[in-house]
Design a protein around this ligand. Sequence first.
Ligand code: FMN
Length: 166
Amino acid sequence: MRALVVYESIWGNTEAIARAAASGVGGETEVVPVVDAPPVIPDDVDLLIVGGPTHAFSMTTPSTRESARQQGATMIPARGIREWILELSPPSRAVRVATFDTRTVSPRLPGSAAKKAMKRLVARGLEPAATPETFGVHGYGGPLAGGEENRAKEWGSKVAAAVAGR
Ligand SMILES: Cc1cc2nc3c(=O)[nH]c(=O)nc-3n(C[C@H](O)[C@H](O)[C@H](O)COP(=O)(O)O)c2cc1C
């Protein structure tokens, strides 16, 4: 099993979930920030995991990232998963995909970056390996809600098992 985890993160919460999920997947799992993500899925990747923060009920946009900057964030990625997915080449073979997002726990708002990302990735020709998953963050900047890294690790191993047919 070879997996690639691509994440977008402003305050580091989504990155922590990405790394925890990767540890659950095990095997040779590479974790890359979306700014460094390849435009073509490498030939040896069986499972792609994509995660990002939920902004304004969906994936981030240049204007929601700008709004995060105005709220004091300093590490704003030059592009988000939305822009990367738009540029991603459809794979020439079967590649399974799982998506996750982070969201603020209070107030609970509708909308999920993970669901939107999955829709776009399926339109790009990837095959779903799991239903989109969400992890909770306190406020906008974090920290993660209690137990979320453990839950992400378990989620990662469940997704990997589904793809490996275990
Ligand atoms: C401009 C902006 C819009 C946001 N919109 C939502 C939202 O619609 N729903 C939600 O649950 N959280 C929303 N949030 C909170 C983010 O989901 C939270 O900042 C993110 O999960 C933190 O992850 P990160 O540290 O990886 O950036 C928003 C945050 C920002 C900055």
